[in-house]
Design a protein around this ligand. Structure first.
Ligand code: G3H
Ligand code: 13P
Ligand code: ZN
Length: 334
């Protein structure tokens, strides 16, 4: 059996298995590189995820959304992650609840499996967001689980909450100081110009580095989390459409070259889901286009695992997390 996640301040047992706390990963990464936080829903993604991270020698965060916990069943996800951990003993990673509501946060805190939870009450007014986040922090901290909270609203779609693109509002750095002080949260999901899904922007856009810089200046050392970080590569969209897809060819995401400059300013966790879904869609559409008589799902599944592993290793290169594994292991000893 895997050791349960350790407390934020406790030392880690280095005996081969390696679910660590998110805080431990942040401590090593802050200001130097960003840790990739990848959303996972099925076995093929998990195999590719572990393989890509081990291959690129990167620490990583597995994100489970409410939707994923419902789709695959939270017990199945936990069992698969524990098995992957046995299969890839070199991997160092944390397990995180993505976009939780209060009830789901409490379920994850009670489970003893999660390293950290995200409470997303960003759709509420400031005071209500503070009150909800504070309640979650009070339940999580005694168990050594850290809490990510969101302030400001991204465009696009988060779980069931729809935020109209036109009303997306960036995080106010001064409000962020107050929010962190009042809630005691451990990391801050900030609206810095991104949105979820494949349709983020049309045309060239940049992250709001001014907002990131101000947050770092005002709350030094506070890990900033970037949601909606997929880059929606144009080649991927074109290949999907050439194989029968109908994605908007003008869809654009975050420029991958901006991950590292943002990381230097305190963006320590970068959330990526959509780009991985695009890999899945491209592999399967192309496979069945080219093999119309096939009905065995394993051949494309195998291709997907390898393509997803390559994708993860590529992202880790851009995030600066590739090659950090030995350093992380050293820092866990201290
Ligand atoms: O931010 C949302 C994530 O991409 C998770 O998506 O709720 O469809 O699992 P999901
Ligand atoms: P993308 O849709 O850009 O991949 O963002 C994922 C995310 O923020 C998960 O929380
Ligand atoms: Zn998100």
């Amino acid at each position: 059996m895997v050791a349960s996640p350790v407390g934020r301040n406790s030392t880690i047992n280095l005996q081969n298995r390696m679910i660590v706390t998110t805080a431990q990963l942040y401590k090593h990464a802050y200001g130097k590189y960003a840790v990739g936080a990848y959303n996972i829903n099925n076995m093929e993604q998990l195999l590719g995820l572990f393989s890509g991270n081990v291959r690129s020698k990167a620490p990583f965060i597995i994100q489970l959304s409410k939707g994923a916990r419902k789709y695959a069943d939270k017990r199945m996800l936990e069992a698969m992650i524990r098995t992957a951990e046995e299969m890839f003993p070199e991997a160092v990673f944390a397990v995180h609840l993505d976009h939780g509501d209060e009830e789901t946060c409490y379920d994850c805190i009670a489970s003893g499996f999660y390293s950290s939870v995200m409470i997303d009450a960003s759709h509420e007014a400031f005071d209500e967001n503070v009150a909800i986040t504070k309640r979650v922090v009070e339940k999580a901290h005694p168990k050594g689980i850290s809490v990510e909270a969101e302030l400001g609203q991204l465009g696009g779609v988060e779980e069931d909450i729809k935020v109209d693109e036109g009303h997306a509002s960036l995080t106010n750095p001064l409000e962020a100081v107050e929010f962190v002080k009042q809630t005691g949260c451990d990391s801050l999901a900030a609206a810095i110009g991104t949105s979820h899904g494949a349709y983020k922007f049309k045309g060239q856009q940049s992250l709001h580095f001014d907002v990131i810089e101000d947050i770092q200046k005002l709350i030094p050392g506070m890990p900033i989390v970037m949601h909606g970080s997929s880059s929606v590569p144009i080649e991927e969209v074109q290949r999907i459409n050439a194989a029968g897809g109908k994605l908007d060819p003008s869809a654009r995401g975050v420029n991958e070259e901006e991950y590292l400059p943002a990381a230097k300013l305190g963006v320590t966790k970068v959330n990526i889901d959509t780009d991985g879904r695009l890999v899945w869609t491209r592999v399967h559409r192309e496979y069945f286009r080219d093999h119309p008589a096939e009905f065995d799902f394993r051949p494309p599944g195998k291709i997907f695992v390898e393509e997803y592993a390559k994708f993860i290793a590529h992202k880790n290169g851009k995030l600066g997390s590739a090659g950090q594994l030995d350093g992380v292991r050293e820092s866990l000893k201290g």
